[in-house]
Design a protein around this ligand. Sequence first.
Ligand SMILES: [Zn+2]
Ligand SMILES: [Zn+2]
Length: 213
Amino acid sequence: MTLRYQIIPVTAFQQNCSLVWCDETLEAAVIDPGGDLARIRAAVQQQGVTLQAIWLTHAHIDHAGGTGQLSRELQLPIIGPHPGDQFWIDGLPQQSQMFGFPAAEPFTPTRWLADGDTVQIGRQTLNVRHCPGHTPGHVVFHSPQIARAFVGDVLFAGSIGRTDFPGGDHATLLASIRERLWPMGDETVFIPGHGPESSFGAERRSNPHVRDR
Ligand SMILES: [Zn+2]
Ligand SMILES: [Zn+2]
């Protein structure tokens, strides 16, 4: 038995929403349903899985914009992010306007996450790490079993998250990457919020922002 996943790019920002599921129970969670809910629901149907929860890395509109509606329509609990992102959740209406997104339904997380927490889907458990810097309440989800990490906008192949938004901080982001992502292991493949997958080892070798010196 293992954890499986499918990446579903959503919104005009091509955000990597991920459908993750336990291949034994076929219970699934959706990470960062930023929008394009019909596309997400089609993937759920195509994989033959049952959605049980919404997991959020952070509350930017391209990651969280579809959360309220999806939660209401399918009666799904909203897990995450860390409470540091409450002001981003409160600001979703303004974020929608600013970026020309459909109006986001408001929501309240069912369960906030903290560093060291775990989340469960079927018989699979993922570890939660708090990785502030891009936003204060950003979390990532790590499956040691399949050596995958869903890292939102913390780290990208060859780049790192923006830190010029309110609550962003460059030094904090670098510390999150070095102290909380690198220990997951060089071989661990990460699914970033945008763009292609890479491994932590590859980024430690070649990413100009965070490579080993
Ligand atoms: Zn973001
Ligand atoms: Zn993003």
